[in-house]
Structures are given as structure tokens and as C-alpha cells.
Design a protein around this ligand. Structure first.
Ligand code: TYD
Length: 208
């Protein structure tokens, strides 16, 4: 399929609280854009497994970051530099929103960004799947989830953090209503991605 070719590599991230349907949407997007590189954080590798295995917030932050460094080096950067479009299900913003909520009395949200910025690659576009935490929680409970990450008060705070991030960077974030039918959510996500790539390609064309 040649319809969606970016002139050079791009990084698109999918963010939102647990139960927002991101992962299902990612699967649908993969069918729609088979040439894109679909990836995720935490990874399925040993660092991702380690990050999932602790509930201690500071250790968790650095384990998720180690997993990110590995993901960046082994998947994200090589794919972008060969001109591919990468779609990551969760990325830096998850760290800012989740570990930021867990450590709100210890560190400011910005600090979590700052410790990534010098060495990481920020996304070109972020789709934020927005859903009321009580509805998200219903979806999580239906699939038997019970971790601390799936408690309503916690999800509310994470959701607020995502809103703060989106309002600070309106150019990067596209907020998507994830309370609708999952196929509508995926359609909206796909058309936002197409629009973004078209705009990028047009801009690149006018600069030549
Ligand atoms: P998730 O994508 O839901 O994976 P799983 O298939 O194991 O459910 O990620 C697991 C949890 O980790 C999710 O609740 C979000 C959280 N998380 C963080 O707290 N910080 C991070 O940096 C990342 C990437 C995820």
C-alpha cells in the first residue's frame, strides 16, 4: 500500500488510562496501516517484565525508563531513521502521567519529562484516548484486572495528568473520545493519522 508514505520517519504514540481501548485500536490500526511499525511500552523484553514486576514507584520509574532506552535503541530509532512510521502503544507520556501520579508528593511532572529529554526522541504526534475513569474501570474489571493501576481514584489522577500534558502541547496531542464504539474510535484515530501525514508531506513538498 503506497497511500500512506511519510517523506521521512515519524513517531506516533497512543496514550490513555487503562481500559481506554488503546490496545484494541492499535490492532485495528495495524490492519489499516500494514506498513507501519507497531510497537509498545512496556516491551515484552526482560526490562519490560522487570518494570511490570515492581509496585515501588521510584524503582518502577527507572525500570520503565531502562525499558524505554532499550526500546528506543533497538526499535524506535532504527525504524525512524530508515524512514518508517512507528506507532507506539504507550511511551514517555505514560511515565509522566502514571509515575507522576504515584510520586506527586516527591517530584513535579516536569521533572519526569526533563530526565528523558536530553537522550530520548519525543513523539511527532500523540493520540490521547479519553474516557471517564469509572467507565474505563468497568472495562478493566470485565477482563479481571485488579492492580493498583486500576483503582478509580488513581485512574482519575492519571487522567488529569494526561489532560495537563495535552493542554500544554496542543500541537502534538489529538484528543479522541474513547467512550464511543471501538470501531468509531479506530476510524477517528486512522483519519487523524492520515491527516497528519498528508499535512507533513505537503509541508515537506513546499520546502523543496
Ligand atoms: P499495559 O500497556 O497496560 O500492559 P499490560 O499488557 O501488561 O496490561 O501497561 C501496563 C501498565 O504499566 C499500565 O497500567 C500502564 C503502566 N505504565 C506505567 O506506569 N509507566 C510507564 O512508563 C508505562 C509505559 C506503563
Amino acid at each position: 500500500m503506497q497511500i500512506m508514505q511519510a517523506d521521512r520517519g515519524l513517531l506516533i504514540t497512543l496514550e490513555g488510562i487503562d481500559g481506554a481501548g488503546k490496545t484494541t485500536v492499535a490492532r485495528m490500526l495495524h490492519k489499516r496501516f500494514p506498513d507501519f511499525v507497531f510497537t509498545r511500552e512496556p516491551t515484552e523484553g526482560p526490562l519490560g517484565e522487570l518494570a511490570r514486576s515492581t509496585e515501588e514507584p521510584l524503582e518502577q520509574l527507572f525500570l520503565f525508563m531502562a525499558d524505554h532506552a532499550n526500546h528506543l535503541r533497538s526499535v524506535v530509532l532504527p525504524s525512524i531513521s530508515s524512514g518508517r512510521i512507528v506507532v507506539s502503544d504507550r511511551y514517555i507520556d505514560s511515565r509522566v502521567a502514571y509515575q507522576g501520579a504515584l510520586m506527586r508528593d516527591l517530584v513535579p511532572l516536569d521533572w519526569i519529562y526533563e530526565i528523558h529529554r536530553p537522550w530520548s526522541r519525543m513523539p511527532d504526534m500523540t493520540l490521547l484516548f479519553r474516557i471517564d475513569p469509572s467507565l474505563a474501570l468497568e472495562r478493566c474489571t470485565n477482563r479481571g484486572a485488579t492492580s493498583i493501576f486500576e483503582r478509580e481514584s488513581f485512574l482519575r489522577e492519571v487522567s488529569r495528568n494526561f489532560d495537563i500534558l495535552a493542554s500544554r502541547e496542543p500541537e502534538r496531542f489529538v484528543v479522541i473520545d474513547a467512550e464511543r464504539e471501538i470501531s468509531d474510535v479506530a476510524d477517528r484515530a486512522a483519519s487523524e493519522i492520515e491527516r497528519f501525514i498528508r499535512r507533513r508531506n505537503n509541508l515537506a513538498g513546499t520546502q523543496l
